[in-house]
Each structure stands twice: as C-alpha cells, then as structure tokens.
Ligand binder design. Structure first.
Ligand SMILES: [Fe+2]
Length: 475
C-alpha cells in the first residue's frame, strides 16, 4: 500500500505539530515524571536489537532514556544512530473503541535506528555486540502472542508477576539458548491494556495502557535475551492495530521508516496506519519469507466495498509479485488463514481460518495464496497447530504459545470428513498442542524442506514435523 499523498499532506499539517507540542512539553518536564532521566546523556541504551525488513535489509534499533542516540561501531567505523521517534505523549484517541478505560500514551524515550551495511561483520554499541543478520538462515525460532493479558472487557487478568503463569521471559531465554539465526515473531506483542484490579496480587503493580512502560514490561524486558541472540522479523498482530498498541508498533518495531500519518497517533489517518505493504526477506538458496500485515481484519467475510477488503486485495498482489523472486516461499502474518481454532461447543467441529482474509484472498485464488507460497506461519490462536492439505493449498503452522494466556478449547485428533478451515481446502493431516507454553523452531534441511519442532517450557521436544514443499507431517 502506497501512502496516499493527500492523506500524507493532511497528516503532516495536523499531526506533526500536535505530537511535537507534546514532545516539547515532555522535554521541559511537564508531561511525565520520566523527563529528568532524558537529560542524562551518558546512559547506555535500555534495549537494542536488529530488525529485518524489505529485501532482507537490516536496521539496528535502540531505545534510550539519554538525550541523544548512541553511536554504533560498524567494523571499526563510528556512526551515530538517527532519531526514529522523539519522546512525547500521544493524547488519548477519542474514537478508541477498546478498551474503554485507557489513558494517553507516554513515550519518555528516544527510539533510534541506523540501516546497517549489507556486508557489516561486527556491529557494537559500546561493549555490546549486536546480532549479525544471517543471509542464509538455517535455524529459525517462530513465536507469537507473547504479552501478559490484562483486559477488562474480557475480565482476563493474567498473573504477570508469576513466571509460571506468564512464562515469556523463560521461553525467550530458552529460545536464545537454541541459537537461532533468525527470530520470526508472528504478532501480538502487547497485551497490558487495562489496570490490574485491586486485590489481584498476580498482576498487582503491572504497567498498563499503550505507552512505553507497558511495551517495556510486556515485550522488551522479557524478550531481551532473544533480541541479543539473533535478528528479528516482526509481524504485526491485531494487538498492534491503531485502535490498540499501534503507536508503539510504529515507534519501535515496524521495519519501515516512521512517517507522520501512519503512526496511529490520530484516528483520522487509521486508513493509512492500519495497513502496510508486504515485503520479502531472502532466506538463501531460492527460499524467501514474505511478511504481510493482517492486523486489521475481521472474523466475518468482508464486503468488496470495505477498506480492509481492498487492502487485502493489494496485499495479495504484493505477495504474488514478491513470491516470483524465489521458488520456495514461506508467508508470515498474524491471523491463520488455513488453520483451525478450537470449538468449545463441539470439539469435532473446529472453527475455520480468518473469514475476512479468506473473502479477499479467495477472490483472487481458490488456493488463497500464489502457487509459490508453500508454508504459512501465523499466531493469534494461542495454541500450536499444523495443517496439511490434499489440495494445492499451503501448509499452515500456528505458533501462538509463547506467553499470553493459552486457549484451551481442544482440537480433534483427526478432522472429520468435510471439515475444513477454508472452503475448497481438503485436509490431509493435522496436529495440535493445546493449553501449554513453548515455542516453535524451523531448521532448513533441503531446498524445499524444513524440520519443524515444538519445544515445551522445559526445553523438551513435544512435536516433530517434516515439511517438503507445501506438504507437512507431524508426530
Ligand atoms: Fe491476535
């Protein structure tokens, strides 16, 4: 999706001064109590990481409470990181529909970045060496749905203070110890939306809302070992839509430049901020990862006049174009298109994949994806799952098991005849692991082959799969 020039002009005219004004207030100490820290120039960055974007381009990122961005040492040359986002507080969005009990989003930190040269060997900030992106990753961690759920509307308050009840930190440590070449997060990083009610010690004192403190505690602190271990591909979840944590998504995680108007600061420009272009990440040896944004979809089929429908048609065309660059493609997004969700009312009749995306992608192809797309990686459903098809559809993997309150509706061991996640797709095999925490790994074993495993919280392998082309089989 290319940014509409009129929208951009209006955005620059209307949004930038508003946020800048709050930023200046923040710098003067008026908007938040953390302003004093910002004046400390010699503070080491709070967090550093490397994010991979279009065509595999790597960008170093940092969050700092210092007054300026840190310097990078790139193979002995010192380069200053550029400011991606100034400190500031974004006023409460007036049309925020969920949750109702929110507050302005305070970001009392600098977000910094610098594009890395393709052939950089060693990149460091002070003594800390950043992970070196692999151009031929063989070992990939896949995880999603990692935040601690604090949501009033669902009366769901996970015990963020209990490492058993909220195990993302331990899982990130374990995934780092597996020594991946690349991490793919399939979306939903931020879950601390509402205040922990009084009388609940499990979440007492938790940060909440859409500002930096909730992002820090929900993602950056627990993810730190894994951010240090490898470069990341960041897929966007529905929790990072403009209505929810989209402001932090654009400030910190999205690999593209931060541009006024697609920063989710003003609801008037959500039609820009809620959608983004697909991009390809080469995996070497004629394989590629295609990342696309489904954060703003719907459970129901979309109508052709719906904005999301039109955007998903664009996404399909982009995926189609990108897929031509490699013979073997793995597509990563948040919402499973060809996976099941458990059905509490009838275990034998699991619920289908995302109808909103199916309605648009299905209008372009009965396969729902271009022919070169062989595997799908998603999250959203808080389970692990694999589905392979007798028909030409790609295999679907779901890895939403790395921290957020698990879904417990069971899936059948075998899918009854005629039950399908998407019209026209005939299931050949499926496997699932429900109600427990862990993460998924992929090891490339051949030109179109992967070994996929699922590790539990103790680091034990609980699922073993082989993929070849679009087919997959798990034990
Ligand atoms: Fe989700």
């Amino acid at each position: 999706m290319k940014l509409n020039s009129d929208a951009m002009r209006r955005a620059r005219a209307n949004i930038l001064p508003r946020v800048l004004m709050v930023s200046i207030a923040a710098w003067s100490g008026a908007a938040f109590s953390g302003a004093k820290d910002i004046a400390t120039a010699t503070v080491a960055p709070a967090f550093t990481w490397v994010v991979i974007g279009d065509e595999g381009r790597a960008t170093a990122r940092a969050i700092t409470t210092a007054a300026s961005c840190p310097a990078l040492n790139i193979d002995g040359r010192i380069r200053s990181m550029k400011i991606r986002a100034e400190p500031g507080t974004v006023p409460l969005r007036t049309t925020r529909s969920e949750p109702v009990d929110s507050k302005p989003s305070a970001f009392p930190v600098l977000a910094c970045e610098l594009a890395l040269p393709r052939h950089a060997q060693r990149v460091a900030i002070g003594q800390e060496v950043l992970p070196r992106p692999s151009r031929n990753p063989r070992r990939i961690v896949v995880m999603g749905d990692t935040g601690c759920r604090l949501k009033k509307a669902d009366n769901a308050f996970q015990a963020c203070n209990d490492s058993q009840a909220y195990p993302f930190a331990a899982i990130a440590r374990m995934a780092a110890a597996w020594k991946p070449d690349l991490v793919v997060h399939v979306g939903d990083y931020h879950y601390r939306e509402n205040a922990c009610p009084t009388g609940m010690p499990g979440c007492a004192g938790s940060s909440w809302g859409y500002g930096y403190d909730a992002w820090r505690d929900d993602f950056f602190v627990p993810a730190t070992p894994l951010l240090k271990a490898a470069a990341w591909v960041m897929t966007r979840g529905n929790h990072e839509s403009c209505e929810r944590a989209g402001q932090g998504w654009w400030r910190f995680l999205d690999p593209r430049p931060l541009i006024a108007g697609r920063d989710c600061n003003d609801p008037a420009f959500d039609s820009v901020g809620d959608y983004s272009d697909a991009y390809g990440v080469p995996l070497g040896d004629d394989a590629q990862l295609i990342v696309w944004d489904s954060s703003n979809t719907a459970l129901r089929p979309l109508k052709p006049e719906d904005m999301a429908y039109k955007r998903f048609l664009q996404s399909y065309s982009q995926i189609e174009d990108i897929a031509r660059r490699a013979r073997h493609n793995v597509a990563a997004n948040h919402h499973p298109v060809l996976g099941f969700a458990g059905n509490r009312k009838d275990r034998s009749q699991p619920l289908p994949g995302n109808r909103g995306i199916q309605s648009a992608f299905g209008a372009r192809s009965a396969r729902y994806f271009p022919a070169q797309v062989e595997l799908l990686l998603s999250g959203h459903t808080h389970i692990w799952e694999q589905v392979s098809f007798k028909t030409e559809h790609p295999s679907q993997f779901i890895s939403g098991i790395s921290g957020t309150l698990e879904d417990t509706e069971p899936l059948p061991d075998r899918v009854p005849e005629g039950v399908t996640p998407a019209s026209g797709a005939i299931v050949e095999s499926m496997s699932s692991w429900v109600g427990q925490y862990g993460f998924m790994t992929m090891e490339r074993t051949g030109i179109d082959q992967w070994r996929v495993q699922v590790m539990d919280q103790a680091g034990q392998v609980v699922k073993n799969c082989r993929t070849r082309g679009r087919r997959s089989d798990c034990r």
